[in-house]
Write a protein that binds this ligand. Structure first.
Ligand code: ARG
Length: 590
């Protein structure tokens, strides 16, 4: 449908003063009203007319100039100029793109690297603690944008900016010594966390420990070998733990460059700031006074403490400068919790003061938190629920539901004859799919409401529901092959001669919906919201459901069956592509 959106935009641009982009067209709520809508509110304001009048005027101008190509028809619908794509053109053009396009099996894929570079920073947890469930927000969104960005032709550079530097590592080194823990003793993540809790409890009673921690961090920054060894141990334990969770989610980074990665760059950078007269002394610390992009004063950004130690912000400024120098990026996106809004305003302001014009290409995408319906989880101390605990909780719910279903409808196609390994793999895939989909379908800036029964529900608008729709397409195709209704190696799925067999409105509606994939991928990237794509995939599943209810596929007269099998395969491909791009695993059976 992207191509038709482009045609519609081109037509409009012949009559508009300032040109529009295809992405600016909206999707009318009801397909009967048209496929793309151009809202006239802004123009109406400009011309001091009613939006419907403007819409009508635009339509007559379009017609007078013969600007609308044969594939489209145009009409004013209230305040919108709506375009509708003609039926046979839609069916043949879209099905051909999806089933026989140059990008075989990868509908809407653009050549990687053809569209500029995008530095994408996401996940970025703090070391010496397990991944909290709220880390799933920036991790899942980042990983989805990472995959979609590459798919749509960007050169994505993904970075995990681990929180592996700062005073808390001074505190951990104090703990190692205070409790006499030898460096070579094996420690689990849990023991490490306990150690940190215990030393903080001690420090409540004995404030000199705080002071020692501060000094230890200064020593760490100066490269003290003993403290560095403690620190390395903490990082190693944490990375192993993170890796386990990242593997379950299918998340990989180009670079794991934590805050410590920039440690050698901090002193020379501060020197530059000083030389340029940007650093001001304030109560013994060194700060950069800053304003936001509109010139409003912000709290000053502290870059160096009284004791010479650096700050979280210092490392961020150094990281941004390094990334710009190394990648000359076209866009840099930080996916980080909303509570750090001010922090990023300050960082961007400091860079602006330094004269970095490229800061206009940087953005912070704020993410929300998690809230639990389950009282046991919501009242946890420090709200500490780990990501893997939640995955496991979902997993036990999946097991429960699968067992119920097998009892109720045995022997059911698909579930029977599975080996225990297959069973385990499916359970894991469904649990991960459920949790990730629920997260990504929630607007990133909002908090996720987590209720395991709703998240794993096989009938609701959930990950499992989408995974199930995909397996249903697979099983129809499998059956078609087994019964000889589809050649076993049907790589030439598209058949032009069969297009005329598709005449039902549900068939047309389904194909139009499938054709929206590239447009939704583009919007997802533009707004940095995977919820855009997640909700679209629900629409695909609904359109497929409506088609499947109205149109019998197998056992019809051979050409009709074959024509409809094109739709099943096209749906399967769009679902497989869309779901994989948002990290939802695709079990073959459920
Ligand atoms: N480690 C930080 C935290 O867990 C998030 C880091 C975000 N990224 C950044 N460049 N500051 O709160």
């Amino acid at each position: 449908m992207e191509r038709f959106a482009r045609l519609a935009a081109q037509a409009l641009n012949q009559v508009l003063e300032s040109p529009i982009q295809p992405q600016e067209l909206e999707t009318p709520p009801n397909p009967k009203m048209g496929d793309f809508g151009f809202p006239c509110f802004r123009l109406a304001k400009q011309f001091r007319k009613g939006p419907p009048q403007v819409a009508q005027q635009l339509v007559s101008e379009l017609k007078a100039r013969n600007a609308v190509p044969a594939e489209l028809s145009v009409a004013a619908v209230g305040p919108y100029v709506n375009f509708t794509v003609s039926q046979d053109k839609v069916l043949s053009a879209l099905l051909k793109d999806i089933l026989a396009g140059a990008d075989q099996g990868a509908y809407g894929k653009l050549q990687e690297g053809s569209r500029g570079s995008w530095v994408l920073e996401y996940s970025s947890p703090n070391v010496a603690k397990p991944l909290n469930i709220y880390h799933l927000r920036p991790t899942a969104l980042g990983a989805a944008l990472d995959r979609i960005g590459r798919y749509r032709g960007f050169r994505v550079i993904s970075i995990n900016h681990l929180g592996d530097w700062g005073k808390q590592y001074g505190m951990l080194s104090v703990a190692f010594r205070h409790f006499n823990i030898p460096l070579d003793r094996e420690l689990s993540m849990k023991e490490l966390v306990d150690l940190y809790v215990k030393i903080n409890a001690e420090a409540e009673k004995d404030p000199s420990l705080e002071e020692q921690a501060r000094l230890d961090f200064v020593k760490l920054e100066q490269g003290d070998p003993e403290i560095t060894a403690f620190w390395q141990k903490c990082v190693r334990i944490s990375l192993k733990e993170f890796d386990h969770a990242y593997k379950r989610l299918g998340v990989k980074f180009d670079h794991i460059w934590g805050e410590s990665y920039y440690k050698e760059k901090l002193a020379p950078m501060l020197e530059t700031f000083r030389k340029k007269g940007l650093l001001v002394e304030s109560e013994g610390a060194w700060v950069v006074p800053v304003t936001d992009a509109e010139g409003n004063e912000l709290p000053p950004c502290i870059l160096q403490k009284t004791d010479g130690g650096t700050m979280y912000a210092t490392r961020d400024v150094a990281a941004a400068l390094y990334r710009q120098e190394k990648f000359q990026f076209d866009r840099m996106t930080y996916i980080v919790g909303g509570e750090q809004r001010l922090h990023f305003q300050q960082i961007f302001a400091v860079l602006r003061k330094l004269g970095a014009d490229w800061v206009s290409r940087c953005e912070h995408v704020p993410t929300g938190l998690y809230r639990f319906k389950d009282a046991k989880m919501s009242t946890r101390k420090g709200n500490f629920v780990t990501l893997e605990e939640v995955l496991d909780l979902a997993k036990s719910r999946v097991t429960e539901l699968m067992a119920k279903r097998e009892c109720a409808s045995a022997p059911r196609e698909g579930a029977v004859g599975l080996s225990p390994e297959d069973h385990a793999a499916i359970t894991e895939a469904v649990a991960v799919g459920a949790v990730v989909f629920h997260d990504l379908s929630t607007d990133p800036a909002r908090d996720v409401e987590f209720d395991v029964e709703r998240v794993v529900d096989f009938e609701g608008e959930t990950g499992p529901y989408l995974q199930y729709a995909h397996t249903r397409c697979l099983s129809i195709l499998r059956k078609a092959r087994e019964t000889g209704q589809l050649a076993s190696a049907a790589d030439a799925f598209y058949d032009e001669r069969l297009i005329s067999r598709l005449t039902k409105p549900e068939e047309l509606a389904l194909v139009k919906t499938l054709g929206m994939l590239p447009l939704h991928l583009e919007r997802t990237l533009q707004f940095a919201k995977a919820s855009q794509l997640a909700n679209y995939l629900i629409d695909v599943t609904k359109a497929f459901g409506a088609f499947y209810r109205e149109c019998k596929v197998l056992g019809e007269e051979p050409e009709l069956t074959r024509a409809r099998l094109m739709l099943v395969e096209a749906t399967r491909r769009v679902l497989a592509t869309g779901l994989s791009l948002i990290l939802i695993p695709l079990p073959e059976r459920m």
